[in-house]
Design a protein around this ligand. Structure first.
Ligand SMILES: [Zn+2]
Length: 92
């Protein structure tokens, strides 16, 4: 696994809390325990592209009004989706 920022091989997997803007613009939630990459060489701590996409798809497809202010990543991903797929995502 390479660091997405500096291509270092020393990047490690960790978890952290992230603040995420809701797609309907009503505010942001805190997602705890989010899979995170940490790079000692460029000091970046970030979520990988697939994780970002997973979070964005999930927030887009669930009823965000029922979310609390803070939710663990695993719990967020277990919320049943309203649609079977993201019909507005043309990238896949
Ligand atoms: Zn790096």
């Amino acid at each position: 696994m390479l660091c997405e920022w500096c291509n270092s091989l020393n990047v490690t997997r960790t978890t952290s809390s992230v603040y995420w803007e809701l797609p309907d613009g009503t505010g942001a939630i805190e997602i705890t325990n989010t899979p995170t990459l940490s790079c000692p060489d460029c000091s970046m701590t970030y979520q990988s592209e697939p994780i970002i996409k997973e979070i964005e798809d999930q927030l887009f497809l669930i009823d965000c009004k029922r979310l609390g202010k803070v939710i663990p990543f695993e719990e967020l991903m277990e919320i049943p989706r309203l649609l079977k797929k993201n019909y507005f995502d043309f990238s896949s």
